[in-house]
Design a protein around this ligand. Structure first.
Ligand code: PEP
Ligand code: MN
Length: 357
């Protein structure tokens, strides 16, 4: 349930509510908004709890959260959450473009492709150092060496970086190099990993499992949020259906549904959904039109040489064209693509944890 404080309730009264929530054996999660503060009381609640909390000074009302994903729900936090990653805000009115190769293959190729995507409008650099491959005989990634290359390249270009971690043991290591973790589709329900990322407090791009329902997906986000890490960005990347023309089916409807259920930002990954560069741009635009807060796309200038996911990598010119198209779709929706020019402006009013009613 959530305890909605009266507008302008004093800190002392908020503290007292937090204390009582703890005494009832529940965990308090405070969300401070522009006008009022709400205190989430999460845990095994008893029927009497609501009346006890409602009787406290400064409390306006206490309402149950009906969804099983409490902290991820709009009931707990009505305003859109904006997650800040190394100076780039994800969520709100801006639309973000994340790009880079699937895997970091060597320093030279990473530099080349990163420069290309940075020139053409990417605001975050992606690159895998730990690759979850279906076959044990395929390239598994460069590990820590790859992370170092990503850090150096990101620093040189002024781009924050995102890279995948496959297990809880990699979190501390990768955390030294990346601005944002990625949890891949295959690990969406690796609960130990979710908890470790939750404890790290660092921004995370949490991909939807390709056979996960939206409820299961938001419960995974809840694992991270429940450890006190509110910097969760969701990513729809396609689910298994019966078609064979594309690798997965981008579940465009998940975007408005998740926007309805949750305050968390959500982006789309059309690359892994399509599995074929020919279809990537159309899916990216569909995602933005449906209300996504951005896209993550794979780009390669020599895809025939790529060690991973070459067929779905956009060529640099295709990427440039896509960024221009995203700009237009975003503008039609009253949104703006986040570019280097407005990065400052966007982040100066980042409104992290804003709670408006
Ligand atoms: C990736 O981003 O390269 C990746 C492996 O994605 P997913 O987990 O969505 O398959
Ligand atoms: Mn990939």
């Amino acid at each position: 349930m959530i305890v909605i404080m009266q507008q302008g309730a004093s800190e002392a009264r908020i503290d007292h509510v937090i204390e009582r929530v703890e005494q009832l054996g529940l965990t308090p999660h405070v969300s401070r908004g522009q006008f009022r503060t709400v205190v989430g009381a999460i845990g095994d609640k008893q029927p009497a709890h609501q009346a006890i909390l409602e009787s406290l000074d400064g409390v306006e009302r206490v309402v149950p959260i009906t969804k099983p994903f409490k902290l991820a729900s709009r009931e707990f936090h009505t305003a859109d959450t904006i997650v800040e990653v190394g100076g780039v805000s994800i969520g709100g009115r801006g639309v973000v473009v994340i790009a880079g190769p699937c895997a970091i293959e060597n320093a030279e190729m990473l530099n080349r492709i990163a420069s290309t995507v940075a020139e053409r409008g990417a605001m975050l650099l992606r690159g895998g150092a730990f690759k979850p491959r279906t076959s044990p005989y395929e390239f598994q990634g460069l590990g820590e060496d790859g992370l170092k290359m990503l850090r150096e390249t990101g620093d040189r270009l002024g781009l924050p970086t995102v890279s995948e971690v496959l297990n809880a043991a990699q979190v501390e290591l990768a955390g030294r190099y990346v601005d944002m973790f990625q949890i891949g589709a295959r690990n969406m329900q690796n609960f130990q990993l979710l908890q470790e990322i939750g404890d790290s407090g660092k921004p995370v791009l949490l991909k939807r499992g390709f056979a996960a329902t939206i409820r299961e997906y938001l419960m995974s986000a809840e694992y991270i949020l429940s450890r006190g890490n509110r910097n969760v960005v969701l990513c729809e990347r396609g689910i298994k259906t019966f078609g064979t023309e594309v690798r997965f089916t981008l579940d465009v409807s998940a975007v408005p549904v998740i926007k309805n259920y949750s305050h968390l930002p959500i982006i789309v990954d059309p690359s892994h959904a399509a599995g074929n560069r020919q279809y990537v741009s159309a899916l990216a635009l569909a995602g933005i039109a449906a209300g996504a807060d951005g896209v993550i796309v794979e780009v390669h200038d020599r895809p025939e040489e790529a060690l991973c996911d070459g067929p779905q990598a956009l060529l640099p010119d295709m990427f440039e064209e896509l960024v221009g198209q995203i700009d237009k779709v975003a503008a039609a929706l009253g949104r703006t693509i986040i570019s280097a020019n407005n990065k400052k402006e966007k982040t100066s009013h980042k409104g992290h944890e804003e709670h408006q009613e």
